[in-house]
Design a binder for this molecule. Structure first.
Ligand SMILES: Cc1ncc(COP(=O)(O)O)c(C=O)c1O
Length: 442
């Protein structure tokens, strides 16, 4: 087996060789047991190591391992029927991919194609937000708002507009909610008018800021205002639920927190809980029908709706339903949030704790009053993640939310939705210990 140092992608922390995993726990080659409070990359909603899924994988693979994506098979039909009960009413046409980035690409292409077949080819820009991540391929990176990840590719990315996100702790307008006028939502209308409504195809955003902002829910007025602006200017609304979907925030999809019905939802991660790679786009059927009537053709990927992936996704959703894990994420997640706030708010490094369900961010600062972060070269987030690992806890890093050149540090707590009270105690206690260790070392 190659040493971790021989691998192409290196992380900023000690390389860990995971031999096996069960529930929320990782078992390493050197005999450690680490609680994964990030569910991988916020993926493993149902927890690791479920034998039921191994049986599904074996049975499906033995039956038919590949079917041309323009044909169908029972696993796909079962999944589509189940998904239609999960997504908001009307969003019941599904396109499957191998992951989140491909699904974002498909959603963007759908929006461009939708306007083109309606005779509006000039509507060819996608508005998105800073402090966002939508994936690693070039169109997904173009709408992405993580400046560090964009940096090496800026010269080839699509020149599409970005607006500042709804982020009260670091409001780009230096206002305080309530009474702020929700400038973060009004910014969409200003941008549409500045570029011309005839040039904007869609707005894409994460319903709650994900790994770039550190799990930040918006204020309640944000999404209804955004949806109204999109409708007024015939701009498609794409919600990227790759991180927030399938129970993570205590609802099936985060859009349910505001009764929001976007035109498209993009999802991945929790869809299969990481048991196999898969992503999807759910599209309003009326929009798809309009495109079909105008002769539009949707090219597939080789692995679109592969039988194994469909069977696993269907079983994962069945488990989420059977074990009521979405409801559990809301209930147990609320307890996680309370404990994080009770035990960590007083910590000298902790500036803000926000989130909901099993999706929490702890932002770290140098000065609580001014909210000033540590300089980026202190690499605070990496130190905290490394210190947590010393306590056999993994939390997810989130860097740069204070602005370009200023830095910003947070860790995300997003464990599998199955964690129990003892595991929540473990997470909070060991994160506190890690913060203490880091504070002493600064
Ligand atoms: C919100 C969001 N969109 C898209 C992606 C890209 O998904 P993938 O890494 O599966 O391509 C991610 C990945 O973290 C994500 O968090």
């Amino acid at each position: 087996m190659p040493e971790p140092s021989a691998m192409f992608i290196k992380g900023p922390f000690e390389p860990i060789a995971v031999e096996r995993a069960e529930g929320a726990w990782l078992y390493t080659r050197d005999g450690r047991r680490i609680l994964d409070a990030a569910a991988g990359a916020v993926v493993v909603n149902i927890g690791q190591g479920r034998e039921e899924l191994a049986h599904v994988a074996a049975a499906t693979t033995a039956k038919a391992n590949y079917v041309l994506p323009v044909w169908t098979h029972p696993e796909r039909e079962r999944l589509v029927a189940r998904l239609a009960r999960w997504t908001p009413p009307g969003l019941n046409r599904f396109f499957f991919t191998s992951g989140g980035s491909e699904a974002v690409e498909m959603a963007i292409k759908f929006a461009l194609m939708y306007h083109k077949v309606h005779g509006r080819p000039s509507k060819n820009k996608i508005v998105s937000r800073w402090l966002s991540y939508h994936g690693n391929t070039l169109a997904a990176l173009s709408v992405g708002g993580n400046r560090a990840r964009r940096a090496d590719y800026e010269h080839v990315l699509f020149d599409w507009p970005h607006i500042d996100p709804p982020f009260c702790y670091r409001c780009a307008w230096h206002k305080t909610y309530p009474g702020c006028g929700i400038d973060c939502a009004q910014a969409l209308e200003e941008t549409i008018l500045r570029h011309g409504p005839d040039s904007i195809a869609a707005f894409i955003a994460e319903p709650m800021m994900g790994a770039t902002g550190g799990a930040v829910p918006p204020v309640n007025e944000y999404w209804p205002t955004i949806a109204e602006i999109c409708r007024r200017y015939n701009v498609l609304l794409i919600c990227d639920e790759v991180m927030t979907g399938f129970g993570r925030t205590g609802k099936r999809f985060a859009v349910e927190h505001w009764n929001l019905k976007p035109d498209l939802i993009v999802a991945a991660k929790g869809l299969t809980s990481g048991y196999v790679p898969m992503g999807m786009v759910a599209v309003d059927e009326a929009l798809v029908e309009q495109c079909e009537q105008r002769g539009a053709d949707f090219m597939f990927f080789t692995y679109t709706a592969q039988p194994l992936a469909c069977a696993i996704a269907d079983k994962v959703l069945e488990i989420l339903e059977r074990e009521r894990l979405v409801e559990r994420a809301a209930e147990v997640g609320a307890r996680l949030g309370i404990q994080l706030k009770e035990e960590l708010s007083g910590d000298p490094l902790v500036g803000d704790i926000r989130g909901c369900g099993m999706f929490w961010g702890v932002e770290l600062v140098r000065d609580k009053a001014s909210r000033a972060p540590y300089p980026p070269d202190r690499r605070l987030t990496n130190r905290v993640v490394a210190a947590a690992l010393q306590h056999n806890l993994f939390v997810y890093p989130s860097i740069g939310m204070a602005g370009p050149g200023v830095g910003g540090d947070a860790v995300m707590i997003a464990p599998p939705l199955i964690v129990d009270a003892a595991e929540i105690d473990y997470i909070v206690n060991n994160l506190r210990n890690a913060l203490n260790d880091v504070l002493k070392s600064l």
